[in-house]
Design a protein around this ligand. Structure first.
Ligand code: SF4
Length: 187
């Protein structure tokens, strides 16, 4: 779900005004295999924080908050949902409070499992790549970083945990909420 383009806060940026997306190995592997142009674009940006196995696209100061580099005043996030990093990809506006909804506890459990699985996978892959002496900090090692990462990604795809198959690939559920505007929309 993505309300960010018309955030009830009416500040043209909602939560994205306080966040800098961080791409971890699972995000980077997906982009490398499916959207290499976007990956190249990310690494061509300035104001990045590049660590051994992650890259942060730092936001810029704007007024009393910030603006994410992928956020457009006209339409919210410029990245399609499946190309965002994990936090942004799974983000559902806190004002909706979907996790407290009784009928959605199965999805809450699923996303908790997914978060744990992603953290564990990112840590494990980071350790494997570090043990090989590969780091994103050194530009000349990045090709090797991504080719090794792609192998790890494929291995994981071939051995998905059971919880991944526990929910349907697509499902429509409808929640109704009254909107408040400006700072009365609590995040
Ligand atoms: S990447 Fe998109 S969803 Fe994430 S903070 Fe930036 S604009 Fe918002």
């Amino acid at each position: 779900m993505d309300l960010c383009a018309q955030c009830p806060r009416q500040d043209d940026k909602g939560c994205c005004g306080f966040y800098s997306p961080v791409f971890y190995p699972t995000d980077l592997a997906y982009l490398y295999i499916n959207e290499p142009e976007l990956l190249r674009h990310i690494f061509s940006l300035d104001r990045l924080t590049i660590l051994d196995a992650s890259v942060t696209v730092n936001n810029v100061i704007e007024g009393e908050s910030y603006r994410c580099r992928f956020h457009s005043q006209a339409g919210g996030c410029t990245l399609p949902q499946h190309l965002r990093e994990s936090v942004c990809r799974h983000f559902v506006c806190a004002g909706i409070g979907w996790m407290e909804e009784e009928g959605l506890q199965d999805w809450r459990d699923f996303f908790e499992n997914l978060t744990e699985y992603e953290i564990e996978t990112n840590n494990r892959w980071s350790e494997i790549l570090a043990a090989m002496g590969i780091t994103l900090r050194k530009p000349d090692l990045r090709d090797r970083f991504f080719s090794e990462l792609a192998k790890l990604y494929q291995e994981n795809l071939d051995n998905l945990p059971d919880f991944m198959k526990s929910m349907p690939k697509e499902e429509v559920r409808t929640l109704r909420r009254s909107l408040n505007f400006g700072t009365a929309w609590i995040l």
